[in-house]
Design a binder for this molecule. Structure first.
Ligand SMILES: CC(C)(COP(=O)(O)OP(=O)(O)OC[C@H]1O[C@@H](n2cnc3c(N)ncnc32)[C@H](O)[C@@H]1OP(=O)(O)O)[C@@H](O)C(=O)NCCC(=O)NCCS
Length: 265
């Protein structure tokens, strides 16, 4: 079962999946058995972490994938996917793939860096004995000195992101509310004090803090968002193809470049 049926000059080791003529085994579990679990999110957790989630972890993991699933047609990924589908109507996979390519540091990918600064702060709290409030102020000051926005905070449309408190209260109910979420609350307060107005923790920041408390490493934040949002992007692509005319996107613009003269002889 652990031997791939293909003969290659050098064996390529993988710890994810193996198969033979009759069986497929994912992280050592038969695919038919996983199919019977009735919970795709748990299988995604298994794939990414190498272990099955506990029922408490499963609940929070499902919630954070659902929190990521869609934010309407104006989010960069759904908009990119719809624009691509409006011009290339025969390859919906290109539109879904293009939508995913719009995910990054400003949209859906901010959680990765947020996890890194949360983890760093938690290490520093042990080493330096500083309070979470002091550490949060240090992080906010550093980003502001560098002229950078803090990943995981702020939102174009929401003064309060409805997904954040819900995810964190589910984590609390499942006994998975830890120092990651606690320090993210302090970072939000510190940034709000620095800006003189309330700034929300957005979905990327909410997921980042919850994933730290579940013991994940930073790259998983981005993967979790992509996993959840792909369902939403797929729905936007199907709706665009079913409802809308090709090439429907038009918007007003004005040219403000130079009028280039023909050079004289
Ligand atoms: C999401 C985001 C792009 C929204 O930006 P926006 O629509 O310009 O937000 P607002 O109009 O509410 O606020 C703009 C001002 O608030 C401040 N601000 C907003 N988010 C901030 C953040 N995360 N860190 C520091 N300052 C921030 C800035 O001073 C900004 O002023 P500036 O344009 O002079 O730099 C922005 O908050 C951001 O870049 N966040 C970090 C990336 C992130 O977490 N992305 C995931 C989004 S779900």
């Amino acid at each position: 079962m652990s031997e791939s049926p293909f003969i290659a000059p050098e064996r390529w080791p993988t710890a994810i999946t193996t198969f033979d003529e009759e069986r497929i085994s994912i992280r050592g579990r038969a695919v038919e058995e996983l199919m019977g679990l009735g919970n795709f999110a748990d299988v995604a957790f298994l794939l990414l972490s190498g272990r099955m989630p506990s029922s408490r972890e499963s609940s929070v993991w499902n919630a954070l994938l659902t929190a990521s699933c869609d934010h309407g047609p104006t989010s960069p990924s759904a908009l990119a996917a719809r624009v691509i589908a409006s011009g290339n109507r025969r390859a919906p996979e290109a539109a879904v793939g293009g939508g995913i390519l719009a995910i990054g540091d400003a949209h859906g990918g901010a959680g990765e860096e947020a996890m890194a600064y949360i983890q760093e702060a938690l290490r520093a709290s042990k080493a330096d004995g500083l309070s979470f409030r002091q550490l949060a102020e240090r992080i906010v000051e550093k980003y502001r000195c560098d002229g950078r926005r803090l990943p995981g905070l702020g939102h174009r449309f929401h003064a309060v992101d409805p997904r954040t408190e819900r995810l964190w209260s589910l984590a609390q109910a499942q006994g998975l509310y830890g120092d990651g979420i606690a320090i993210m609350r302090e970072i939000r307060s510190a940034l709000s004090r620095a800006l003189g107005r309330d700034v929300p923790v957005n979905v990327d920041g909410a997921i980042a803090a919850a994933l730290v408390d579940m013991g994940f490493e930073p790259p998983v934040a981005r993967m979790a968002f992509i996993l959840g949002r792909t369902a939403g992007i797929a729905a936007h692509v199907l709706e665009e193809l079913a409802r809308e005319k090709p090439m429907r996107f038009r918007f007003a613009f004005s040219y403000d470049g130079p009028q280039v003269e023909q050079p004289g002889e």
